[in-house]
Design a protein around this ligand. Structure first.
Ligand code: PAF
Length: 292
């Protein structure tokens, strides 16, 4: 264990699972609860909101910072993923020094075999992110399951920006009968409504400001979906991005929130959500909005 001292407050930091497990066993008494916030670091207000919720709802809060190599299908994306551990520790200490941090090495997690397990998420993995980032959700499933085994949380907190990931984690928990409650939390947005993401750190000031178009498009699509079909709205979004040379649209999909299958014919009993992925200067941004 390592104790980080900032402004005279000390935070528990673990780089290996063995001392973390021993520590958690020593503090967990009776029916005390552990809230868990898994992250890949480069912490922003969205992450801190998940931590605040966990701190409010649990006796202990564990946060993990681990840039998981098996969920990256693009080596450049993995290499360029922001790594800001010292800043992250300062932010967490300022929020609440009682947060317990697990920042493992690749070796500590994968023990020499940096590969994903293969999962069946009942088809949720074949849409959107799964289609465009092959192997991504096997990597996410592998790391989240591994972290749950190590930390044994009572509650785990995930942001709705990665809505497909949230549904997939819920599916994994129910299929494997894992004893953890998954809690989805609303998207945090910057002043111009760009969804907060660690990848935003890679945007220039100009790109960050231009990226406001993503949420503007989603809210316009929501409005248009009231009176138009999913196909019509999808085509409208495609054409809007065609006019904007700064962006390349990877996908825009209107899908059933539960199954994530694309909507072909509206059914008033279903809940729909729009999902978008765009590139700006090779930086990939995603966002989502509930439509009804
Ligand atoms: O959403 C993320 O940051 C990651 O996918 C997660 C859940 C921490 C797993 O690496």
């Amino acid at each position: 264990m390592f104790a980080f001292n900032f402004n005279n407050t000390t935070m528990h930091i673990f780089y290996g699972k063995a001392p973390l497990i021993t520590f958690l066993k020593s503090i967990k008494i009776g029916d005390s609860t552990i809230g868990f916030v898994p992250t890949m670091g480069a912490l922003h207000q969205g992450h801190l909101a998940l931590m605040k919720k966990s701190l409010q709802e649990n006796d202990y809060t564990v946060v993990s910072i681990f840039v998981n190599p098996t969920q990256f299908n693009n080596p450049e994306d993995l290499a360029k993923y922001p790594r800001t551990i010292e800043e992250d520790i300062k932010k967490m200490t300022a929020l609440n020094p009682e947060i317990i941090l697990y920042a493992p090495t690749v070796e500590d997690i994968y023990e020499g075999q940096t590969v994903s397990q293969s999962f069946d998420f009942d088809g949720l993995e074949n849409q959107m992110e799964g289609k465009f980032r092959p192997g991504h959700f096997n990597g996410v499933g592998t790391i989240v399951k591994r972290l749950f085994e190590i930390i044994e949380p009572t509650n785990a907190y995930f942001g709705e920006k990665d809505f497909q990931q949230l549904q997939i984690v819920k599916k994994m928990v129910s299929k494997n009968n894992l004893n953890v409650t998954i809690i989805g939390c609303p998207i945090f947005r910057e002043a111009n409504n760009l969804a907060m993401s660690s990848r935003n750190e890679r945007l220039s000031i100009q790109e960050r400001s231009e990226a406001a178009i993503i949420y503007q498009t989603l809210t316009a699509a929501k409005e248009k979906f009231k009176t138009n079909s999913a196909q019509w709205v999808t085509e409208w979004v495609r054409k809007s991005f065609e006019k904007n040379p700064s962006f390349s649209l990877e996908y825009f999909v209107i899908a059933d929130e539960a199954t994530l299958l694309p909507c072909f014919k509206k059914n008033k009993n279903k809940k729909y959500r729009a999902f978008i992925a765009v590139f700006i200067n090779n930086i990939r941004l995603i966002d989502t909005i509930s439509l009804n």
